[in-house]
Structure formats: structure tokens, C-alpha cells
Design a protein around this ligand. Structure first.
Ligand code: ATP
Ligand code: MG
Ligand code: MG
Length: 550
């Protein structure tokens, strides 16, 4: 295997396989089911599943469900769906809560070894006693309870004799350690709450920092990959594996989490956007959840390619969200069929085209991919074009429709604007044009040239449709937003809804999430929430072009 600078964890895996430290690897993706997955999780998923796949190892999906209060089966289901949609499959599915019995036994082992004690201090006192970076911590007066007393108290905690917060179990390590995480961390707390998996079986729950290394060791994980903020936890992680006498010794490796511009990326914040109704559910196309990206029209391929490109490093950084769009365009360009849609319609009447007649015009389905063939698009006396493609009084260098000017209709004829029809208030309601039958595309006509080609839709053979155009939900690029709460940075113009028309042939039978390249307008997909047989609704995935360069 070739080592790559862009992924230091992959290099560690190659070292471990070549040195014989491991015959094969086991990784895991361990989400807490307290929200929907986001694109940051996708980075971790691509890494963990990608390594297992590449090196023919195994990978577990494990729900880190040690907190009874915030977790929910709805989240469990969505997480499974998202991992599969991204194109991955797990070898084993586990719930950390299935290990509660084992974790409890190991805690009793720690007590017996004199390495854990029951503390009566309150949470506030524990924090106070913990000290600071510059000041050592203070020992709890309960720290030196005899083993027998600790065993008895822990049993009674487990039996439900005490209220939430009355007692905790702490590891007995070193209150003067320069690493605050080693100053007797709490490993069990009391919580009289039903758990989504274990119900009322338990009223003591292990803390994450204690539970996680055990979960990894129980599953024989070889490389336990997590984000940088757990770096200081690694000594405690190793302590737990060692002192709990676990057979397998997993290695924790930290990497930098993914941050993106113009968005928030934490389940807590995303949940707040959803709960406050700022976002239209967890699958709002403007938020970076996997389900939001899916509904918006992003593809698993684009997300995977993006994750590969950003690489794995130890340095925190914020990635330009336009980079994700770049990979999306790369993926959709050859795949998404072309179609014509008019988002802001202006009626055009071709006065010299016979009333009641129509014809079919052949247009290619993808200029970048001939294999996608051609389709027949209906053309008749009445059309819609974009209002932007007409100006009653043209500005300089405007080559589209204006009185007296001629343009080409995409795939069709030259038309010339002759009359402008207005309502009583002076608003343009339609324009009257004539077409030249000799100028049909592909006919070899060379008599004269026009400077613009515009798209159009046959007014007598089209579907009305709604188009939803998105901008970032969070305006974090504005320097004035430095230090502002994310809820005070909401973009008031993040959704623009337009009512227009789309040609029939291209979208006939389109299913939810089907993707199109609407000529000159962008990549769009059928919205999975609002589109129905009665009303087509399209999401703009991305505009066609961007100034972003990779
Ligand atoms: P959040 O703050 O969004 O809730 P989390 O780390 O608490 O994130 P978990 O459910 O614990 O969420 O995450 C599961 C895995 O995904 C962890 O291994 C975590 O390190 C990883 N992960 C979460 N967010 C990111 C991110 N932004 N970039 C890379 N990996 C991430
Ligand atoms: Mg977490
Ligand atoms: Mg979290």
C-alpha cells in the first residue's frame, strides 16, 4: 500500500498491518442517537468505513447511547438510513447500552482494586475541587472510603436508593495530575430516567469517557478514531482499558473535525434550529444534515469525493462550502438530464405561427454525455420565456429580446420581438414575436446570426411548477458577526420561491429526488417533501457556475 500525505490515519493502519501489530483492522462509527447526522459525521463515516473496506477489515455501527435523556429511536433509524445512503454497510450493529452489565462489572472491579470510590460531593463541589490548569485539585473527603463501603454504596446506588445527583462513582487516579481529566473523573452517575433501549432496568449510567474505551475494547476495535477535542482524554482512555483489564487494547487516534463556512455543524445547534422552526425539519435543504443534503439533491458520490479531497489531518480548519458544490457539479454534470424550465415567466405569442398547431423539436438530453440521447420537445404558438430575457429598453450589451431584436430559441427557431403588451398599470404582460421557419436548429441555416440563445417552454404543453432557491441559512462570512450567537446570524433571504413552468417531456414521470439540469438556471431536484402529483416542486441544488476553483 502506498502511504499518502493527505490521510495520516491511513498511514498508521498500513504501519500496523505491515509490522504485524494487527492481522486485520476493526473500526467503528459511534454516533450518539441524539440528533440527525451531518456532513461532519460523513467525514468520520467515510474514514472509518473507507479504511475497513480498503484494508478488508471490519467496521461496526455503534450507537453511543449512554445518556438516557437525549436519545431517541427516531434518531437511531435516521442514522442507519443515512449511513446506507452514503453507500456504506456495517459488519455489526451495536448499542453501547447492551454493554451496561459489563461496564457495571468493570466498575465493581475498579472498586475492588481500590481504583474507584463513591463520592457524596455535589456536582458544583466536584467542579470546585477539581482545580484549574495552574492549580492542583483538592481531594474529596470521601476519597478514602474503604472498599467494602464503596461496594455497598455503589450497590445501593444501583438499586435506586438515592436520588439523582446524590452520589457518583469516581475513578481514583490523581487530583494533582497536570491533566485535569485524570483528577478522579466521574465514571457513574445516578439518573432515574427511562432509557430508549434498556427502559427502567438501570438508574445508574456510565459517563461517556469511561464507557467509550470499554465499548471499543469489548468490540475489539483496533483503531478508535475520534475528533481532536478528545486528545486530552486519551490518557484516561488508556487507563480505563488497562485498569479494567480488558483483553483487547484499542488505540485512540484523533483527527480534526470538519467545519464548513456559512453553517452550523453540531447536533445541538441543528436541533435548536429545528425545534425553533427556523429550519423546516431535520431535512431542511438549507442545513448540512445528511437528510437535508439528500433532500436538497446532493449525491452520496459528491459527498464521498468531497470527504476524500479534504483529507484527514490534525489541524483544525474551516472548509469553503463551495468546495462541496464543486464536487456536486462534477458528479451531476454528466448524469443529470437537461431540461427547460422557466422560473419567472413572460408569455410570448408567435403571431405568424398557426393557431392550434404544434410541432416536436429534437433536443439533446445532455450536451456533455451523448449517450443520454435526445428528446422531443413541444413547440407551439404560445411560449414562456424568462422575464430577464426581455428588456423593453435594452441596456448596453444586452443581446436578448427587446423590440426589433432577434434571438434563437434553444433547439428551435429565431424569433423577433415586435410588440409589447401591457396591463392598465403599465406592466408588461406578454410580448408578440414572429418566427422565421428557415432558421430551425440543425437545418444548416447560415443566412444571418443572432447574439443570444434563450430557453423557453411551450405554454400549451408544460407543467406549472414551484422552484425553491436556497442561500446559506447562516451568514457567518460577515466580519460584523464575529462573536455573535448563531441564532442572531440567520439569513432572512435563505429561501426564495418562484412559480413557473417546466417542459413536459423531460420531467414526465419524474420521481422524488430526481435531478435535472435546467438550462441556464442550475441543477434542480424534485423535492421529496412538497412535490406531489398535483404540483411539481423543485429544489435548486446549486447554480450552474461558481467562481470557486479547486
Ligand atoms: P455533535 O457535536 O454534532 O453532536 P458529536 O461528536 O457529539 O458531534 P457524535 O454522535 O458523538 O457527535 O459523533 C459520532 C462520530 O462522528 C464521532 O466519532 C465524532 O468524532 C464524529 N464527528 C462528529 N462531528 C464531526 C465533524 N464535524 N467532523 C468530523 N467528525 C465528526
Ligand atoms: Mg459525541
Ligand atoms: Mg454531541
Amino acid at each position: 500500500f502506498e502511504r499518502e500525505n493527505s490521510n495520516f490515519i491511513r498511514n498508521i493502519v498500513i504501519d500496523d498491518l505491515e509490522s504485524g501489530k494487527h492481522k486485520s483492522i476493526i473500526t467503528r462509527f459511534p454516533p450518539e442517537p441524539n440528533g440527525y447526522l451531518h456532513i461532519g459525521h460523513a467525514k468520520s463515516i467515510c474514514l472509518n468505513f473507507g479504511l475497513a473496506n480498503e484494508f478488508k477489515g471490519r467496521v461496526n455501527l455503534r450507537f453511543d447511547d449512554t445518556n438516557p435523556v437525549k436519545e431517541d429511536v427516531e434518531y437511531v433509524e435516521s442514522i442507519k438510513e443515512d449511513v446506507k445512503w452514503l453507500g456504506f454497510d456495517w459488519d455489526e450493529l451495536h448499542f453501547a447500552s447492551d454493554y451496561f452489565e459489563e461496564m457495571h462489572k468493570r466498575a465493581v472491579l475498579l472498586i475492588n482494586k481500590g481504583l474507584a470510590y463513591v463520592d457524596d460531593l455535589t456536582a458544583d463541589q466536584i467542579r470546585e475541587y477539581r482545580g484549574t490548569l495552574t492549580e492542583p485539585g483538592k481531594e474529596s473527603p470521601y476519597r478514602n472510603r474503604p472498599v467494602e463501603e464503596n461496594l455497598d454504596l455503589f450497590n445501593r446506588m444501583t438499586a435506586g436508593e438515592f436520588k439523582d445527583g446524590e452520589k457518583v462513582l469516581r475513578a481514583k487516579i490523581d487530583m494533582a495530575s497536570p491533566n485535569i481529566n485524570l483528577r478522579d473523573p466521574v465514571i457513574y452517575r445516578i439518573s432515574h430516567n427511562a432509557h430508549h433501549n434498556t427502559g427502567d432496568r438501570w438508574c445508574v449510567y456510565p459517563m461517556y469517557a469511561y464507557a467509550h474505551p470499554l465499548e471499543d475494547a469489548i468490540e475489539h476495535i483496533t483503531h478508535s478514531i475520534c475528533t481532536l477535542e478528545f486528545e486530552d482524554q486519551r490518557p484516561f482512555y488508556d487507563w480505563v482499558v488497562r485498569e479494567c483489564e480488558m483483553e483487547a487494547v484499542p488505540r485512540q487516534i484523533e483527527f480534526a473535525r470538519l467545519n464548513l463556512t456559512n453553517t452550523v455543524m453540531s447536533k445541538r445547534k441543528l436541533k435548536q434550529l429545528v425545534d425553533d422552526g427556523v429550519a423546516d425539519g431535520w431535512d431542511d435543504p438549507r442545513i448540512p444534515t445528511i437528510s437535508g443534503l439528500r433532500r436538497r439533491g446532493y449525491t452520496p458520490e459528491a459527498i464521498r469525493n468531497f470527504c476524500r479531497e479534504i483529507g484527514i489531518s490534525k489541524a483544525d480548519s474551516t472548509v469553503d462550502s463551495r468546495m462541496l458544490d464543486y464536487f456536486l457539479r462534477e458528479d451531476l454534470q454528466p448524469k443529470a438530464p437537461l431540461a427547460m424550465a422557466v422560473l419567472n415567466p413572460l408569455k410570448v405569442v408567435i403571431t405568424n405561427y398557426p393557431e392550434g398547431e404544434s410541432e416536436l423539436i429534437e433536443i439533446e438530453n445532455n450536451a456533455k454525455n451523448e449517450e443520454m440521447g435526445k428528446r422531443l420537445v413541444s413547440f407551439s404558438r404560445e411560449l414562456y420565456v424568462e422575464r430577464d430575457d426581455f428588456m423593453e429598453v435594452p441596456v448596453k450589451k444586452y443581446f436578448r429580446l427587446f423590440p426589433g431584436n432577434e434571438v434563437r430559441l434553444k433547439g428551435g427557431y429565431f424569433i423577433k420581438c415586435n410588440d409589447v403588451i401591457k396591463d392598465a398599470d403599465g406592466n408588461v404582460t406578454e410580448i408578440h414575436c414572429t418566427y422565421d421557419p428557415d432558421t430551425k436548429s440543425g437545418s444548416g441555416f447560415v443566412g444571418r446570426k443572432v447574439k443570444a440563445t434563450i430557453h423557453w417552454v411551450d405554454a400549451n404543453n408544460s407543467y406549472p411548477a414551484e422552484f425553491r432557491l436556497f442561500e446559506p441559512l447562516i451568514l457567518d462570512d460577515d466580519p460584523a458577526n464575529e462573536g455573535k450567537h448563531f441564532l442572531d446570524q440567520i439569513n432572512p433571504c435563505s429561501l426564495e420561491i418562484k412559480q413557473g413552468f417546466v417542459e413536459k417531456t423531460a420531467v414526465e414521470g419524474a420521481q422524488k429526488n430526481d435531478k435535472f439540469q435546467f438550462i441556464r438556471n442550475g441543477f434542480y431536484c424534485v423535492d421529496s417533501k412538497y412535490s406531489s402529483d398535483d404540483k411539481l416542486v423543485f429544489n435548486r441544488i446549486v447554480p450552474l457556475k461558481s467562481s470557486f476553483k479547486l
